[in-house]
Design a protein around this ligand. Structure first.
Ligand code: MLT
Length: 327
C-alpha cells in the first residue's frame, strides 16, 4: 500500500514538473531579454551583438536589449552574466576571450566551464593589423622593423587582458620577439577613436570594427589574419604573405546563459539564433564587415561547448609561453 502511495505521489510530482516546464516553454520569452556585451559600445563585439539581437528579437517576439559591461578584457561582463538569475532573461555574447581568459586570469569571478549554459556559435571574425594613417611604414615588413626600432615608444591599443586585440597583440609581440608598450581601453570602439586621432599608433582588431575605416583611408592596414585575403579588403595582404609565418587568428563569438537557465529557454534561444544567422540583413551586414554567420550546425549548445573546451586547451600553452597573465 505504501509503495503504491509512493508511486502515485512520485507520478503526481512528475506530472506537475512536466506541466510547469511545458507552461514555461509555451510562455517563453514573456518579457525583455538582456544581452550583455562585455566591451564598450561601438566596438566589434557590440556590432555583432546588435545585429544578432535585432534579428532574434523579431523571431522571439520580445526585445533583446544590449547592455555594454566593459572592463578587464571582457571578464567583468562575463562575471555579471555568470552571477545573473538563471531565468532565461540574461545572456552573454562573448568571443575567444572566454577561452583565453580562463588561462590569463589566475582569479576569475566565475568557473568558465561550469558557470554557463551554451546557446551557440555566432560568427568567426578575421583580424586586421592596423595603424594610424600617418605611420611611416608602407608594408608589414616595414612595420615590424619600425616596431623593433621604436619598441619603447610605439604604442599598441587593446581592450584589456583577455580581449581579442590583446591576444593578437600578444601573438604579434611573440612573433617579432619584441615587447611593446600597450594601451588598454574598455573596448576597441574607444581605442579606434584614439587611433583615428593619432593618440595611439597600432592596433590588431576585428574586421567588424576596421573594414569601413580601412576602406575610407582613415587608418592604415598592414595585414589580415585570415588564411586568405578578404573580398572586402582585396589589397590588404595576409600576415603570412607579409612574412609572419603561421600568423592566423579568427575571433569566434558565442552566446551563453547563466548555469541553471531552463533548457526550454536555452533551446528556444538557440533556435532563434539559427534563424537570425540566416536573416538576409545579418548575412549582408556581416559580409560587408568581412565575416559570415556560423553554420547552422554550429549555432547549437553542443558546438559552442566543444569549441570553448577545445580553445581553452589550445591557447593555454601559447599563453603560458608568452608569460602574460592578469593578477
Ligand atoms: C570589442 O568589442 O571592443 C573588442 O572585441 C575588444 C577586443 O576583444 O579586442
Amino acid at each position: 500500500m505504501k509503495t503504491l502511495k509512493t508511486v502515485l505521489g512520485l507520478t503526481a510530482a512528475l506530472a506537475v514538473t512536466l506541466s510547469s516546464a511545458a507552461a514555461f516553454a509555451a510562455g517563453y520569452p514573456e518579457r525583455t531579454i538582456t544581452m550583455v556585451v562585455p566591451f564598450a559600445a561601438g566596438g566589434p563585439t557590440d556590432t555583432v551583438a546588435r545585429l544578432v539581437a535585432e534579428s532574434m528579437s523579431k523571431d522571439l517576439g520580445q526585445q533583446i536589449v544590449v547592455e555594454n559591461v566593459g572592463g578587464a578584457g571582457g571578464t567583468l561582463g562575463a562575471g555579471r552574466v555568470a552571477a545573473a538569475e538563471p531565468d532565461g532573461y540574461t545572456v552573454l555574447l562573448h568571443h575567444i576571450g572566454m577561452a583565453t581568459s580562463a588561462t590569463l586570469y589566475r582569479k576569475l569571478a566565475y568557473d568558465t566551464l561550469n558557470a554557463f549554459e551554451y546557446v551557440g556559435l555566432v560568427t568567426d571574425v578575421p583580424m586586421t593589423i592596423v595603424a594610424r594613417k600617418d605611420l611611416e611604414p608602407t608594408d608589414l615588413k616595414g612595420l615590424i622593423d619600425y616596431m623593433k626600432a621604436n619598441k619603447d615608444t610605439v604604442t599598441v591599443a587593446n581592450a584589456g587582458i583577455g580581449a581579442a586585440s590583446h591576444l593578437c597583440g600578444m601573438l604579434l609581440m611573440s612573433a617579432i620577439d619584441t615587447p611593446l608598450v600597450t594601451v588598454p581601453y574598455k573596448g576597441t570602439g574607444p581605442a579606434m577613436t584614439d587611433l583615428l586621432g593619432g593618440q595611439v599608433d597600432i592596433m590588431c582588431d576585428q574586421t567588424t570594427n576596421t573594414t569601413k575605416q580601412i576602406q575610407g583611408g582613415t587608418i592604415k592596414a598592414y595585414a589580415v589574419t585570415s588564411p586568405a585575403r578578404l573580398d572586402v579588403l582585396p589589397d590588404v595582404p595576409t600576415a603570412v604573405e607579409g612574412g609572419l609565418a603561421d600568423f592566423q587568428v579568427g575571433i569566434w563569438h558565442g552566446i551563453y546563459a547563466p548555469k541553471g537557465t531552463p533548457s526550454e529557454a536555452v533551446e528556444r534561444l538557440s533556435k532563434s539564433l539559427q534563424v537570425a544567422l540566416k536573416d538576409e540583413n545579418v548575412v549582408a551586414r556581416f559580409a560587408e564587415l568581412g565575416t559570415a554567420p556560423s553554420p547552422e550546425a554550429d549555432a547549437t549548445p553542443a558546438a559552442l561547448k566543444a569549441k570553448l573546451e577545445g580553445e581553452i586547451a589550445r591557447w593555454k600553452p601559447v599563453i603560458e609561453a608568452a608569460g602574460q597573465f592578469a593578477d
